[in-house]
Design a protein around this ligand. Structure first.
Ligand code: ADP
Ligand code: MG
Length: 620
């Protein structure tokens, strides 16, 4: 048989390499920014159009390239940064594999302009799909500009695979943050579709963090400094009370390179132990300096993973340094764990008349009708959640409330035995005369009786369902009422977060929010949905941002869905909150008036039932 193995042509090899190095426009941003840093630039400009799908351009004032180097830089394995394998262990540059430019040029239209300081004229080079289209002399400032257009023009599958502009821009912004945070001594600017998203001057590390994440970050930062023989640590951790629901503010840099390390992340988390609420993550911006010989960067094509020689030692040092800082800056634990005041006993009938004061008139109330709700009260946190009238469909299931009007005895009167159909109250004490038909268990469940037995409702999930359907309705029919704030509420966000709010603005307005201003750093709110307390607004928006970051919606439909879910989650009454009997009943009514009462917005059961038959079996 004849030989069948061949060497791949360069442009094919480059395309294959590109598959690893260039996953999306953000990868191009990373590679170009790193090249500019390696060229000792002090000022770097990033210009992006259509989230990088149309253009990614990086302009630097670094050392530039000679005519020959300009041409060579696009060859595979062409690098000025290492010469021998030993150099891999002495790296002080970002790049070293010499494949970024070759890979990018294989799958895009690239225009390179570059000039070295000593030369009067520079070079302009155009390459499309690995093919050199032109090379000329050019009048251009010292430094380099690389413009990458029409990424993946020759790989439609990859191009189609790209996410919405919002998502791609977020990836780009993430890369920008990482590079800009690692190099506070370099000035960066970042433009998207003509508007400037960031403009950060040279400064110290604290200034850089604050420039990127907003002025309010300053007060959150606790410095961490430590120097040992094997490791130098500098940077900041966020005070525990400013911890976030997302992991978006977690940055490790090793020798000025952003890395991901679940192991070291764990070291920080354990230093924060006992200081964070459940589901919250510490913020950190930490620079680790180690001997380049003690790490291997070359284990991943995008170089975001590193192998350390002695991870255990690093873990211990890091953990104790962070602990020390938190202690030294007197960060007392600020905890407000939800209180559980024990069993909310149904026997406490003395309290039965202590219903919340009526603050809203129920217009549908008819004193002559038997089935009117007795207590049309509504608490402000309900956010209209309890307004809906119970639908007929659930009444067959839920009979507990009906008995109210008839003044039957206690809660347990409904639990009857087949042999004894006309029931006696378990509590024969005539002083216990109640209309109460629901009770709360552990301030978490609402328990009531139904024809077949017992009904146990998870109060938080049930309320989420009620609010969710309500918000969704408002968003879809676009007719929410909002309550005007006396003083506009001014909230600070990072530009990235503002972008997310901007994208959701229309939907938010349909729920009742009124924005008077939305600019790069702040959001001014003059109206909020009826029933939403002012103090909850920032929590709602933060939750929303974190939900969007974790599950970015691409379609309009899912945006409103996500918004409704997120707001329902923020506003639903929590476990541990006690509800009076009226509130419990409203909750039950409203839940069963929902279209899908059985499950929470995240598809978990809102209630369970327990049949008398099953209860009986337990007594056998
Ligand atoms: P690597 O960075 O791994 O060396 P690249 O493909 O990214 O590989 O770049 C190839 C070479 O091109 C670099 O080693 C460098 O010499 C040169 N180069 C790339 N970008 C720039 C720039 N912005 N300024 C000066 N030289 C550059
Ligand atoms: Mg490079």
């Amino acid at each position: 048989m004849s030989d069948i193995i061949q060497l791949l042509p360069d442009h094919v090899a480059n395309q294959i390499a590109a598959g690893e190095v260039v996953q999306r426009p953000a990868s191009v941003v990373k590679e170009l920014l790193e090249n500019a840093i390696d060229a000792n630039a002090t000022e770097i400009k990033l210009i992006v159009k259509d989230a990088g799908k149309t253009l990614v351009q990086v302009i630097d004032n670094g050392k530039g390239m000679s005519v020959t180097d300009a041409r060579l830089s696009f060859e595979r394995h062409a690098t000025s940064k290492i010469r021998a394998a030993e150099d891999l262990f002495q790296l002080s540059t970002k790049g070293f594999r010499g494949e970024a430019l070759a890979s990018i040029a294989a799958i895009a239209h690239v225009e390179l302009k570059t000039k070295q300081e000593d030369n009067d004229l520079g070079t302009v080079l155009v390459i499309e799909g690995s093919e050199v289209k032109s090379q000329d002399v050019s009048v251009t400032p010292t430094g380099t500009s690389v413009a990458v257009k029409h990424l993946f023009f020759n790989i439609p599958a990859r191009r189609n695979f790209l996410k919405s502009d919002t998502v791609e821009l977020r990836h780009i912004t993430d890369e920008f943050h990482r590079v800009a945070l690692a190099h506070p001594n370099i000035a960066f600017s970042f433009y998207h579709n003509g508007s400037d998203l960031f403009n950060v001057p040279q400064g110290n590390y604290r200034q850089r963090v604050v420039h990127i994440f907003g002025t309010k970050t300053n007060e959150k930062l606790v410095p961490v400094e430590e120097e040992t023989e094997v490791l130098k640590i500098s940077g900041f951790v966020g005070k525990p009370e400013y911890s976030k629901k997302t992991k978006s503010e977690q940055y490790f840099f090793v020798n000025q390179r952003f890395i991901k390390s679940p192991y070291l992340n764990h070291a920080i988390k354990s230093a924060f132990e006992g200081l964070l609420k459940d589901g919250y993550h510490p913020s950190y911006f930490l620079n680790l300096t180690v001997d380049p010989k003690s790490i291997d960067i070359n284990i991943h094509p995008t170089k975001t993973e590193i192998k350390f020689d002695d991870e255990h030692t690093l873990y211990a040092i890091l953990r104790s340094a962070v602990k020390h800082s938190l202690g030294q800056f007197n960060i007392a634990p600020i905890l407000d764990f939800e209180q559980q005041n024990g069993f909310d006993t149904p026997y406490d009938f003395k309290n039965k008349s202590a219903a919340a004061p009526s603050i809203e008139v129920d217009r549908s109330f008819n004193p002559f009708s038997d089935d009117s709700p007795e207590h049309p009260v509504k608490r402000s946190y309900n956010a209209e959640g309890f307004k809906s009238a119970p639908a007929a469909s659930w009444e067959s299931l839920y009979v507990g409330l009906e008995s109210k009007g008839n003044n039957t005895h206690s809660d347990f009167s409904e639990v009857t035995f087949e042999s004894d159909s006309k029931n006696e109250s378990i509590f024969s004490d005539s002083t216990i005369e109640t209309t109460k038909t629901t009770f709360q268990l552990q301030q978490k469940y609402i328990v009531s009786t139904i024809k077949s037995g017992m009904l146990i409702i998870d109060q938080n999930r049930a309320h989420q369902r009620i609010l969710y359907e309500n918000f969704l309705k408002h968003i879809t029919i676009q007719e929410a009422t909002s309550q005007q704030l006396l003083f506009p509420l001014q909230l600070h966000f990072t530009p990235n977060e503002v972008k997310i709010i901007e994208d959701l603005k229309a939907n938010l307005e349909h729920t009742g929010f009124v924005f008077s201003e939305l600019n790069k750093k702040e959001v001014k709110i003059t109206g909020v949905p009826v029933g939403v307390p002012e103090s909850e607004v920032s929590i709602i928006l933060e939750q929303l941002i974190s939900d969007v970051e974790n599950d970015v919606p691409d379609t309009n439909f899912s945006t409103s869905d996500l918004l409704a879910k997120s707001m329902a989650k923020s506003l639903a009454i929590k476990n541990g909150q006690s509800l009076n009997s009226t509130e419990q009943e409203h909750m039950v009514n409203s839940l069963f008036a929902c279209k899908e009462p059985n499950v929470s917005p995240t598809n978990r059961p809102t209630f369970i039932t327990m049949a008398v038959d099953d209860i009986e079996k337990k007594f056998m």
